[in-house]
Design a binder for this molecule. Sequence first.
Ligand code: SF4
Length: 213
Amino acid sequence: MNLNQLFSECKGCKACHLRYDAATQVVPWETGDNPEIMFVSEAPGMQEDKTGLPYQGAAGKLFTKMVTALGYKRGEDLHVTNIVKCRPSKNRTPTYDERHVCANKWLLREIFSVNPKIIICLGLASGQFLLDKPDTKMKELHGTIYTKTLMYPNIPGDKLAGTEKRFQIGVTYHPSYIIYNGYSPAVKRLIWNDVTSILDNVGVKYTSRNQHT
Ligand code: SF4
């Protein structure tokens, strides 16, 4: 199944209770033309649920500003997505079980289909989950590259079922952390340094080396 088919199927998903909780629609992902970079965040919020698009609202704007400063265009150069595709009520962090259910249904297939050179997790929920380090703190995870073997879900009849592949994964703070810290330039710089260091380490080019402020 190609990514477009997967998107259409995902859009109609009703596989878990999150679809019937606060969500009005499924928010699958935004992609580009063979993107080398995949950003993975936690879950859609109110604006994402309203528009059907990932990474909207104030944190989405900060994300867009950062990737624009790196010389990327959303919808062309990047794949942006969440572990969980339906908005949890009160914007709570999805539980580990909820992440597991949705990722096995969509995210892992998405990752194998996009085959990115680097996956950058935005925030602890996606970093802990994809690296399978549920008790590790952000202080220890961020800015480092990990090589992680991921397994394609066991979907009957799917030729990739159960296959394994190694992916490069890095982690940084979610852009909302900038907002929680009063739009602190130091936090912006921290995220910028994490992302550029991760990209440098895997040899993915970006066009600006100016510090994101
Ligand atoms: S959260 Fe994921 S698994 Fe649950 S209904 Fe939405 S898309 Fe389907």
